[in-house]
Write a protein that binds this ligand. Sequence first.
Ligand SMILES: Nc1ncnc2c1ncn2[C@@H]1O[C@H](COP(=O)(O)OP(=O)(O)OP(=O)(O)O)[C@@H](O)[C@H]1O
Ligand SMILES: [Mg+2]
Length: 219
Amino acid sequence: MKALTFVTQKGGSGKSTLCISLAVAAREAGHTVCILEMDRQATVSDWLDHRTVDGPEVAQIDATQIDAVIERLRESAYDYVFIDTPGVDSTGTLSAIRAADLCIIPCRPTPADLRAFKPTLAAVYRLEKRFAFVLNQTPPRSYRVRDAADGLAVLGVLPDVNIVARTDHQDAIGLGLGVTELNPKGQAADEVRRLWAWIARRTQAPRQGQRTERHVQAA
Ligand SMILES: Nc1ncnc2c1ncn2[C@@H]1O[C@H](COP(=O)(O)OP(=O)(O)OP(=O)(O)O)[C@@H](O)[C@H]1O
Ligand SMILES: [Mg+2]
């Protein structure tokens, strides 16, 4: 099992949106996944409430539970555990970073966002965790994206795909879907699939797609 923690204390950068659509894309790629939601805002649970398609399992947990839950899940049939964290720094955020095999830091290509992830990055460095930036809500093409990408590439790992601002992301979450389910042939879906392929290559959890996903509570 590999844990992917979506983290940055900058609100609205796309943690929940990417967590959901990447979890769906991972399932479509044959992986068994579950989502742990650590944000009381409950974006993922709300998404699940609107979902009519089966899976993935979602569990809401708090900072006091994460260590024990992750320990149990390490031995479970899940290939990947996706952890969505709140847009504020908290003890839960630190525990979620500690639990991660890879921290995914979504970032919009704006000066304010590019400054705001620094405390998150400091925590990630302190805990000696692997991380990747994902440029999210980018315009399709702009110098600003290129500048941001150059800056982030110097700091650490940057995937070979950016996630462009597209209404598919907003529509999908509202309907309880991932973007790859909403509009499988759309560009948003293509970008998310490419991002998932990149993350899967980086983390290389063995695919256990034939196994049945167990309930996260029971794992
Ligand atoms: N690539 C995208 N294209 C268009 N809209 C997007 C994209 N990514 C995120 N959004 C929208 O931006 C808003 C914030 O996204 P999201 O809730 O995922 O951010 P967050 O980092 O989880 O925020 P918080 O810190 O409050 O939990 C949402 O309305 C979402 O639909
Ligand atoms: Mg969120």
